[in-house]
Ligand binder design. Structure first.
Ligand code: SAM
Length: 231
């Protein structure tokens, strides 16, 4: 992957970014996504936020190399603290991290944003935790995507605050309201894999001398939900 050729995962994230968006890419690493979108004239301005010095320097290098320093600002900052009001950001991407970390970034930086921004989030794990946070905070999940790249399955969650907030049930938090409707072959592959993993863990817990009743009940409930969605 480089700024010319994005990974399939980041390219799909980029498709959800509206035309001429003012984008904040948080956890930007090499700044590949904003740079590619800017080179394609898809966005009009971007902020890259990075909390770690090495990736921050890679992002600065990439933006300078492509001659985009006047259109892409790179800031060494924690989460949404990379965003300043004068940036007028309307779209935020946070990709390639766990759902719990994305949730923490959104929670800790809540005051840094207007709440009107479109969120395009790509958690590597912990999608249900992230969906629960979004819905509890007035966001509606307006679109979702699931894709496979290099044998890994990724989900993308697109959320926005709408005038009428929506609520979700446990199955929708776990599988994604749009993904469970579409039930693509990749979705089925993911949940067949997840089902096997949970059944294995449950068997181990059942054999263990110390019983972890709470964990076992949670696993049994999830196994039931997965079996139902795979029918
Ligand atoms: N977004 C890129 C992608 O999807 O390919 C890079 C993903 S990389 C695995 C995660 C990046 O997020 C790392 O560069 C890490 O330093 C950065 N990061 C983690 N926590 C962060 C935070 N609180 N604020 C800003 N960046 C963060």
């Amino acid at each position: 992957m480089n700024a010319q050729q994005l990974s399939k995962r980041l390219a799909k994230v980029g498709e959800f970014v509206p035309n001429q968006a003012r984008l904040a890419d948080i956890g930007s690493d090499h700044a590949y996504l904003p740079v590619r979108l800017m080179l394609a004239n898809k966005i009009s301005y971007a902020v890259c936020g990075e909390v770690v010095k090495g990736p921050y320097e890679s992002a600065v290098h990439q933006v300078t190399l492509q001659g985009l320093a006047d259109k892409i600002t790179v800031r060494l900052a924690d989460g949404l603290f990379a965003i300043e009001p004068s940036d007028n950001i309307d779209t935020i991407t946070i990709c390639g991290m766990g759902g719990t970390l994305i949730k923490q970034i959104l929670l800790e930086g809540k005051e840094q944003i207007t709440g009107e921004e479109l969120l395009v989030l790509q958690p590597n794990v912990g999608e249900a935790t992230l969906r629960k946070y979004l819905v509890a905070n007035g966001y509606t999940i307006i679109s979702e995507e699931i894709l496979e790249e290099n044998k890994k399955i990724y989900e993308i969650i697109v959320a926005k605050k709408l005038s009428q907030p929506t609520s979700l049930n446990e199955a929708q938090y776990l599988f994604g309201p749009h993904l469970m409707q579409a039930k693509t072959p990749i979705f089925i592959k993911k949940w067949q894999r997840e089902l096997k993993q949970r059944q294995k863990v449950l068997q181990q817990l059942q054999k263990a001398t110390t019983k972890h009743m709470e964990k076992m009940t949670e696993l049994e409930a999830e196994i039931k939900l997965i079996e139902e969605v795979l029918v």
